[in-house]
Design a protein. Sequence first.
Length: 419
Amino acid sequence: MIENALDDVQLEEILAPYHPESPKKFEEELQIAERLALLFFSRATSIFLLKFSSSGLVGTLEVTKKGMWVFGFFSTLRKTIENDKEPLYTKHSHQQDRSSLTLHHYCDIICSRLLDPEICRFLMDFVDSAYSGIKPLLITDWDGTMKDYCSQYATNLQPVYSAVVMGRFAELFTRATAVLTAGPLRGPGILDLTALPINGPVLFSGSWGREWWLRGKRVVHEDGISEEGFDAIGRLSDEMTDLLANGDFAQFALVGSGVQRKVDRLTLGVQTVFGHIPLELVVRYIDAIKERIHRVDPNNTNLVLENSSPLEIEVCAHNSGANFVSRSVWNKGDGVASLIESLHDSLKKGKVLVAGDTASDLPMLKHAGVMALFVGAGESLRDSVRSIVGDDSRICFVSCPDVIHAAFARVLTAKVDLD
């Protein structure tokens, strides 16, 4: 019965009523987007084959009898135009860009028709609380998990359709849904970039779960950070403001993470996901950062610089003056624990689903019996997830955040109809 209901559900059914003009206008725009999609795809210079075992989207044409390779028509289309997505969102007020912007919005809906039923069944099992009578918990990463990455963090706004399905799913099926991100709450942070109401059904955190927005207030967990460390991070933040006023480095305010002030560190973007910044300029910028760090902390007693990825670096406060970085004792698992304590809840009651896309999300899986939903994970990360969870029936891997949104919508409508 559940499978039949899922087969009948389309993402457009749940989104059409939310169109600012009318459901009929929604259908008209969707038809236009479908024609644009076909036209755009016909101009593409290459077609990619997606491996069935690593994709949440399935196509309509089996290339081999065993079905190991499938033709990912609309998934390929979306990847082809993804590089243009960010500038289109930043220019959304210009009439000439609206047709392309519409294509981006509706391409996800078209993709949802090719949704792998496995993730729908996985989420159906998650929301089924019949065995305990207790609604489950959903704890998720943000960038790369619930929303695509972007060259500029400060302009990476959540699409409204994502907020609609995520908010309704959280409200109807979970006793708490929490977003736990490495970015800050403000400045800009998750509270500035989400399309969800910040005091609504989804809870938000920043700084690896050190700061939470709960009941209209910012709750901060300062465990293990010395006063000297706090002071040094604050003074370095002022130094970075001065450095970015320099014409040579001004663009770095909007490169990747920009300059993010977090509870116990500064995260500094040095390169975009598409490698827009010349290497020579990146090197000069990092050297300038090191010089500012030396001004603030000449004896290296309070701050440490580390490369967190090829796209950004972090300047962290030493833990209580010790010779190790605070991250060594605080991770997203600690962030989950701080949330549960603040909510006076327990991870031992009902089901718990953790969603993520990188190794930094693994500490959230430490609770026994947790379910895991991971996006775009490579084999090494998949092996780590399997090792921690220990039960393949409680694990699901998908290709991109839009797969999760489409599955939320299908499960939402199917479950409501069944109930």
